[in-house]
Design a protein around this ligand. Sequence first.
Ligand code: HEM
Length: 205
Amino acid sequence: MTFFLMLAMNPEVQKRAHEEIDEVIGFGRLPDFSDRPQLVYLDALLKEIFRWHQTLPLGVPHATSEDDVYDGYFIPKGTVVIGNALHILHDPELYPDPYKFDPDRYIKDGKINKDVANPYSAAFGFGRRICPGRHMSLDSIWAIVSATLAIFDISPPKDENGNPKPLKPIYSDGLLSHPDPFELVIQPRSDRHKQFLETLTASDV
Ligand code: HEM
């Protein structure tokens, strides 16, 4: 949902992602996992989606199994510890201008910049209890996002005069956080893309 919302709100990001897919994949097939290393901007876009908002902004609480000292603080055994992923992923020292949706922050010289902290290391929890479903989730989301971008334009809804209605990213409170319902227009990028879409079957995606 954050992918759809952010793409509709950031047309310049969508344009870059479309251009990369057109350049790497061309036309007439969907991206597949073998294309992944070449789709650097898409990789950065996914990282930025997971950084920008988390389904579990405070992760899952845990308790210390023994006394510990962290950064000068004594933490007795049995203390409930909450990893604030949202805060970590909006730390301006790690991610300058953190509320800007900007996939370029991960790219240097056309490659993913390993010096920028990978948001997946907080968005899926921490340490030994980190989400074991993260690889499956990231692969599934990559497939959804790449196929969507290959065919569709995502844009804000229009008012009665045909002007775009501004979208606002409003997320629910609570342990699990997701965007409030929003309207979008999702349409094939062109007649050519529409015709291609009509040729696809379940085994193509
Ligand atoms: C985008 C999708 C997902 C996100 C953002 C996500 C995020 C998380 C987070 C933040 C935790 C807490 C980790 C911690 O305690 O520090 C967690 C735990 C867990 N996740 Fe996920 N998850 C996702 C998808 C999945 C999927 C698809 C599966 C299963 C196929 C899964 C299975 C689990 C399990 C079993 C745990 C508990 C691990 C433990 O306590 O040892 N998750 N997940």
